[in-house]
Write a protein that binds this ligand. Sequence first.
Ligand code: ADP
Ligand code: MG
Length: 255
Amino acid sequence: MSAASTDVAYLTRALKMPRARQVAASIAESARTESWDYLEFLAKVLSEEVASREAHGGENRVKAARFPQTKTLDDFDFSHQRSVSRQQIAHLHQLDFLREAHNVIFLGPPGTGKTHLSIALGVQAARRGYRVAFASATEWVTRLAEAKRAGRLADELERLGRIPLLVVDEVGYIPFDPDAASLFFQLVSSRYEHSSLIVSSNKSFSAWAEIFGDAVAVEAMVDRLVHHCHIIALKGDSYRLKGKHRKVTATEQTR
Ligand code: ADP
Ligand code: MG
């Protein structure tokens, strides 16, 4: 090992630049054969380090978001789910809605892909550098109710406000206790025009009053939620039953 490469090994460790350490020698080789100038060489080494940090940061943010599974748009079958425009989802996937602090709402019956698409957008946001947090509506309400009980609801809403994207899954599967409408209203209004929500529900907005048990709070909440919002209505049979239909058909055919 030359003195210079020993120095590089020591210095990149001191600076915590493992990727630069790995690639320095081979980039130096390319620089020699392709006659790059010194700055080009330096830029190449540093950009390798930055790319590697971004890739790792992305996976850390995906983990921190606590998605129930990792789903992506690549594994979403648009030929099965024809009620949703591939183009519209691809556009959302570019994350302009996040930069504009707009919301996304998926409405539709069980198994139509609401959670899958919510996760896919969330994973993309995390990989692109945004902090994301995923939980079911019931979990969010529980978390906010605990904060309220401990007298730190305002702090909690402020903390959540610094996370650019919250995913609220499954509004409507379980009816809420009476405090939920007000907590949810506060969550939505604290983020209004400031940070984004992705919300999914198997019930139409008109049924939300019943789920939350407070028509007035729900009207005010939905008003803010949908003001800057992409609403995607999914239709069709549950994807969960897809294989089952096939099996039944296969058995029937062999009879
Ligand atoms: P929902 O939240 O609307 O009830 P999910 O998104 O949880 O439905 O979908 C149920 C299951 O079916 C998940 O495993 C999901 O990945 C899968 N799924 C749903 N729709 C599709 C689709 N169009 N292509 C591929 N997988 C799908
Ligand atoms: Mg779901």
